[in-house]
Write a protein that binds this ligand. Structure first.
Ligand SMILES: Cc1cc2nc3c(=O)[nH]c(=O)nc-3n(C[C@H](O)[C@H](O)[C@H](O)COP(=O)(O)O)c2cc1C
Length: 187
């Protein structure tokens, strides 16, 4: 890799709670990560991303809500207490969780607002990586039931939870198909 940006893009990985350590993420690092998010491009500068940041007891509340939603939305014959606890644990064993929300303005096709928000998430992920913080975009079906808890408006949708933590995982190469499988060159 020839420069820091390319290195970060190459070595950014999904890092989950299994590798998170107890080290606190500094507030200034959370702010740097969010500043990176809002530097993403948007058509018509609609800036459609919204973020809800959970720390400390906020993580306990998020975890309890995820467990509650799982229980409420899962048929009795499929329900498992272990899964409920695991849902909650994803929040409580993270140092920070950021709910990723798209604010649909109606000014653009929805896909453009969603695409811009995904660009913001990639920026967050790269910024976190550059600060030795691991991140993980979780998109379980439960996020479709978080509207009230997050205080979302009619035109807003939660598209995931970005879990963050300092971590002890080793750098990993990306697992990807060869470039030739994805690209056609013309001319
Ligand atoms: C939109 C989106 C949603 C994702 N949702 C999940 C998820 O719910 N659970 C999960 O384990 N990983 C999730 N991931 C992470 C992917 O599994 C991960 O990015 C992929 O395996 C590639 O690994 P890497 O991030 O280390 O390159 C999601 C990624 C994206 C972009």
């Amino acid at each position: 890799m020839t420069n820091e940006v390319l290195k970060a893009i190459h070595y950014r990985r999904t890092v989950n709670q299994n590798s998170f350590t107890d080290q606190d993420i500094a507030k200034e690092d959370i702010v740097k990560i969010l500043e990176a998010a809002i530097a993403a491009p948007t058509h018509k500068r609609t800036q459609p991303w919204r973020f809800v940041v959970f720390q400390h007891d906020g993580l306990n509340r998020l975890g309890a809500e995820l467990g509650r939603i799982y229980k409420e939305t899962t048929a009795a014959e499929k329900y498992s207490e272990a899964v409920e606890q695991n849902m909650s644990k994803k929040a409580t064993s993270s140092n920070v969780a950021i709910a990723i929300v798209v604010n649909y303005t109606g000014e653009l096709p929805e896909w453009e607002e969603l695409a811009a928000t995904a660009c913001a998430v990639q920026n967050m992920w790269l910024a976190a990586h550059s600060l030795q913080i691991g991140g993980y975009w979780a998109s379980p079906g439960l996020i479709n039931h978080l509207g009230n808890f997050l205080g979302l408006e009619e035109n807003q949708k939660c598209v995931g939870i970005f879990y963050l933590g300092h971590h002890n995982s080793e750098p990993r190469e990306p697992v990807r198909l060869p470039l030739e499988d994805n690209v056609r060159w013309e001319g």
